[in-house]
Design a protein. Structure first.
Length: 394
């Protein structure tokens, strides 16, 4: 009698809650949707059982394991490894930054404990900090960073040795990581993430509203205050244009500064803080211009979606953004935090409907031609999982 093959289980492990719906959370949800039916998916996250039960995505997972990153310790990491083992998990996929899951201190990260249980491990770095950042607070003095750096690096290398693959979301981050960890550079892979289904967004050639849009959590690193200042510098020359900023506030100071810029020149009614929105793609279909003014950005999912939607786009020259706006025929790049340069590019596009339409069409074509789709992301992950779980192919 031939026994049916056991469905192998993959744990998708999150540091932020799934219900936060930030960039990492929505990508894990999109990944789970693509893996459903191929693997049994276990979610590890800090969501409470009530939050998990209420989540619309709860049906994607066969089990939920609660994890509290605020109480990270060797004991809690060992306990997580034990829970994953009892759940029959074959592969654990950790999602975070390059200094995530406590790997800046020896013996704290769950990754080595999980590997000792015979569970294969891969990691996705959704954010790669610069050399002396990420393993301690940015406010720490240089001497403290230099003192902690060797410890954090050694601990990270230990985690990396327990990992089959570490995935970077852009070529920019891939180059940084392979240079930084040269002895283990063969552990790194690069996959462009995307939530956009092939053919799901069709650029609308109808005239768009005179709206400049940006989408993302309100925080200094997202650069919305620089966009607001740039818009306010030219707003009186374009009285029929509005700035829409969609996303929940992670820092109170950012919305306060935006509101102050608008109040200073009496355009508060034209600078709109929309809060969290579930219809961001619909907003992109309406907006004439989309801006990703980030100071730091691993790739830029919202920018990617805006380009698919046919917006004329402006982005900062940081992280993976130049890989999306790969030349000036698909969008415009500016130096991060340069208000004057951003205002100049805004003025150019606000003055030229033809340029906006050309850039929007070219951006959408570029995204499709380069295959930055959900389907391609899923296929790339399946290749990695199958390489890690050869028994699954038998």
């Amino acid at each position: 009698m031939i026994r049916p093959r056991r469905i192998m289980k993959i744990a998708l492990c999150l540091e932020p809650p799934l219900q936060l719906q930030g960039g990492v959370s929505v990508l894990v949800q999109a990944l789970a949707e693509g893996l459903r039916g191929k693997y049994g998916i276990v979610l590890v996250s800090p969501d409470s059982e009530k939050e998990f039960a209420a989540a619309n995505s709860g049906s994607l997972f066969v089990e939920h394991i609660f994890w509290n990153p605020e109480k990270l310790s060797a004991a809690s990491s060992k306990a997580l490894a034990e829970k994953l083992s009892r759940a029959g998990v074959d592969l654990a996929h950790f999602h975070g930054g390059n200094f995530g899951w406590g790997n800046r201190f020896p013996g704290v990260s769950p990754i080595p404990y999980v590997r000792r249980r015979g569970i294969r491990v891969c990691v996705t770095d959704h954010f790669v900090a610069t050399t002396l950042e990420g393993f301690c607070g940015p406010h720490k003095p240089l001497w403290f960073k230099l003192l902690l750096f060797p410890v954090a690096t050694a601990s990270k290398l230990h985690d990396l040795m327990c990992t089959d693959f570490e995935i970077c979301v852009s070529q920019h981050d891939y180059r940084m990581m392979t240079r930084r960890y040269l002895p283990l550079q063969n552990r790194f892979q690069q996959i462009y993430h995307s939530r956009v289904r092939a053919g799901s967004i069709k650029p609308d050639n109808e005239p768009r509203r005179k709206i400049i849009l940006t989408v993302g959590h309100l925080a200094r690193r997202k650069g919305q205050e620089f966009l607001a200042e740039a818009f306010c510098n030219i707003a009186n020359d374009f009285p029929d244009w509005e700035l829409w900023i969609a996303g929940p506030a992670l820092e109170n100071e950012t919305p306060r500064r935006i509101q102050q810029f608008a109040a200073n020149i009496n355009v508060s009614d034209r600078v709109k803080l929309l809060g969290e929105r579930l219809d961001a793609v619909e907003l992109m279909k309406q907006a004439a211009i989309y801006v990703q003014p980030s100071l730091l950005e691993p790739l830029g999912l919202a920018l990617q979606e805006a380009m698919f939607a046919g917006c004329a786009c402006i982005g900062s020259r940081v992280g993976g953004i130049p890989e999306l706006i790969c030349n000036n025929s698909v969008g415009a790049l500016v130096e991060a935090g340069n208000v004057g340069e951003l205002a100049t590019q805004l003025r150019r596009l606000m003055n030229s409907p033809d340029d906006r339409q050309k850039l929007g069409r070219a951006a959408a074509c570029s995204m499709n031609e380069r295959g930055m789709t959900w389907e391609n992301m899923i296929q790339q992950h399946l290749k990695i999982y199958e390489a890690m779980l050869p028994a699954h192919r038998k």
